[in-house]
Write a protein that binds this ligand. Structure first.
Ligand code: NOJ
Length: 677
């Protein structure tokens, strides 16, 4: 690791009349942040190569029972520093990451009594900016209740944006909308933007630790304002000094793919706090899962109960034969009977159903080199879950479980919290109460050497850097919507939007790999709106360190040739390249396996068929590869002929350019096997 830290004096900053302006530019002189006070109120501005990206935008807070922390300031001091390090992800989409930025710290003091102080720290990278508020300990600021954060993002034009609405009942599980900024009301981050002059932006936050999550509310024109998700009593953040906010971030790229390969969010998180994480292992899993979503079996007990000892052993056998690391078993514990969404207090996390012998299943699977993946559906009963959490994780640890999928199904303000008087309060999934809970779960899981895969999560803000057991999460419409979603599930363009929106925040447990696309036997009114080849391509396109092969084993046994790609594809990468992409239309992503010389490529399209060029310049020069190509067959079409697939092996090297023919709703998956592998 190389760290250069150099302190410069404020004196080097540009002074512009009539107000003072302090500016800092990224290491390669690409992005500049300026800070200024206007009548004592703090503002910042962002430019890229001199072009305005964010016009002067307000900063500050409104506090409960205290004057605004947003005006009447002067700059008491400031300093800059340069930071440059190379760090290694224990697992990830890229192994070695460079973290290089220039920092500007502005120390503000109120001109009049009580002369409270607040710092605003800007980190300026070549691919964007992050800034946060730091409020030091001081006599007139101890316990703080934040009523509003005034941070604005005054966009320089009425750009196109891809967004999902905030405060909607189904959390983050919506199809993305595309509209001009002027049509936005209240949206979640990351918010993806294509500017009128062809830049790509993502507004988000990093290191959300003990704060409300930030949504964005449109004010006038093209100005978006931070909107913090409140507690049930209306307060947004309850904290005390010294405190710092999460980083507010704006990533900036010339291409949509440049957003995917920006690691700014991770760079703004603290390094690994867990020490030796050799027990954290990416991998692939199958599970007693899709059969419940198809309504072939049930989570609750009864004649169709899915999580039986015999059924679990059947899955373990399949996993062992095909090299899967884990078998997820949902519905194994007591609490599912009746209305489990309402009866969240009934879940018991150390009591299996009588027809699931967890000791027998875990020892059977251990003998076969497969691990049970645990499941904790809380249905938002946080008090119930937190009471049991330590015991529940310890129980799994004793049984040799290494990964737990958690779930928080509940709607709107459906999270149940008991207040000091034991009275139930309904909290949002995204407020500070839940941010604290999700963090507590990660820390508690780490104590028991457990990895987490969180469904109905808080959005990702890069904390996997600090807690590498926080593997993957849902937080968008996943595959399950194809089983029962209204209007037939996810349309073909959905997965061509996700890599440029939801996945910018971090890995997603989308659960690809459905081979029985028409679901005729179980859900005749639903279907999976892709070709078979596109299901394979999703393993490369949608990054997740834990990827599921979601379908029933018999559907894989019926199509062993395409299934081979799922068996082969790794989930831990040395490097990631985005060859091409247009948000909501198509994308081509190539990734290098971390444990071999092989590369993989995934390309998907929306409902339009396309021919895309894929120059293989990323392959090692001088090495010959066998390209194992899984592509849409000549008749393939997501609507009329989804199963048509061709598998071909051809020799290639890094001078080869492949023409990728993608059928409507289709895709292509390729494994490049290096000679000698
Ligand atoms: C919703 C999750 O997304 C899904 O994967 C899970 O099967 C159900 N909740 C039940 O926990």
């Amino acid at each position: 690791m190389r760290i250069i830290s150099l302190m410069l004096l404020c004196g080097i900053f540009v002074q512009i009349s009539p107000g003072q302006e302090y500016a800092v530019t990224s290491p390669l002189g690409i992005v500049t942040v300026s800070f200024m006070l206007q009548d004592g109120a703090p503002y910042y501005q962002v430019t890229r190569f001199g072009r305005e990206v964010i016009n002067p935008s307000r900063l500050g807070f409104i506090l409960e029972d205290a004057p605004l922390l947003a005006d009447g300031f002067h700059v008491a001091s400031c300093d800059t520093s340069h930071f440059d390090e190379i760090w290694t992800q224990p697992w990830g989409e890229k192994k070695v990451i460079r973290n290089s930025y220039n920092e500007l710290r502005i120390n503000l003091v109120e001109i009049s009594a009580p002369k409270r102080t607040m710092a605003i720290v800007f980190r300026v990278f070549d691919d964007g900016i992050g800034f946060r508020y730091e409020i030091p300990e001081q006599p007139s600021l101890n316990d703080i209740e934040i009523l509003d954060e005034l941070t604005e993002f005054a966009l320089a034009g009425n750009h196109q944006a891809w967004w999902i609405g905030a405060y909607w009942w189904n959390r983050y599980e919506y199809l993305y909308q595309q509209s001009p900024i002027s049509k936005i009301d209240m949206v979640h981050t990351p918010l993806t933007i294509e500017t009128e002059d062809g830049l790509y932006l993502s507004i988000h936050e990093a290191a959300l630790t003990d704060f409300a999550s930030m949504t964005l509310m449109r004010k006038d024109g093209n100005v978006l304002k931070a909107d913090l998700v409140p507690w049930s009593d209306g307060i947004k953040v309850k904290t005390s000094t010294p405190m710092h906010s999460p980083w507010r971030t704006v990533q900036i790229a010339d291409t949509p793919g440049g957003l995917i390969t920006s690691y700014l969010i991770l760079n703004l998180n603290e390094p690994n706090k867990l020490g030796d994480v050799s027990w954290v292992k990416p991998g692939k899993y199958i599970g007693i899962w899709w059969e419940m979503h198809l309504d072939k079996s049930t989570w609750g007990s009864g004649p169709r109960h899915g999580a039986t000892t015999a059924n679990a052993k059947r899955y373990v056998d399949f996993a062992a034969v095909h090299g899967f690391d884990g078998v997820l078993v949902e519905g194994w514990n007591v609490g599912w009977d009746g209305d489990w969404i309402k009866n969240s207090d009934k879940f018991q996390f150390t009591t299996p159903h009588p027809d699931f012998d967890i000791v027998e299943v875990t020892s059977y699977s251990a003998d076969k080199g497969v691990r049970l993946i645990g499941h904790h559906e809380t249905s938002g009963g946080i008090s119930n879950y937190e009471r049991q959490m330590a015991d529940a994780f310890a129980y799994y640890e004793r049984l040799g479980v290494r990964a737990v999928k958690t779930g928080y199904v509940n709607h709107g303000q459906g999270i149940k919290r008991l207040d000091e008087n034991g009275k139930a309060q309904g909290e949002w999934h995204h407020g500070q109460f839940m941010v604290r809970h999700y963090r507590k779960a990660v820390e508690e899981a780490a104590k028991h050497h457990l990895m987490l895969d969180v469904h109905e999560p808080i959005k990702d803000t890069g904390i996997r850097r600090t807690y590498p057991n926080m593997m993957t999460r849902e937080g968008a419409r996943g595959q399950e919507f194809n089983a029962w979603g209204p209007k037939g599930g996810n349309p073909p363009e959905h997965t061509t939007i996700l890599p440029f929106t939801r996945l910018l925040s971090g890995p997603m447990d989308f659960t690809p790999g459905i081979f029985d696309l028409l679901l005729e036997d179980h859900r005749p009114d639903n279907r999976v709106n892709t070709t078979l080849a596109k299901q394979l391509a999703l393993y490369v396109v949608l990054y997740s360190p834990l990827h599921m092969a979601a379908d029933l084993s018999e559907n894989y046994e019926a199509r062993p040739e395409p299934f081979q790609f799922i068996v082969d594809v790794p989930t831990d990468w040395e490097d990631t390249r985005v060859l091409n992409g247009r948000i909501g239309d198509y994308v081509i992503i190539a990734r290098k396996d971390r444990n071999s010389d092989d590369w993989y490529l995934g390309s998907i399209t929306d409902e339009e068929g396309r021919v895309l060029e894929a120059p293989l310049r990323f392959l090692e020069s001088g090495t010959q590869y066998m390209a194992e190509i899984y592509r849409d067959g000549p008749a393939a079409d997501w609507e009329s002929s989804p199963y048509d697939i061709e598998i071909e092996h051809i020799p290639v090297d890094n001078a080869t350019t492949l023409q990728l023919r993608l059928a409507p709703g289709g895709g292509q998956a390729i494994r490049f096997v290096a000679a000698g592998d």
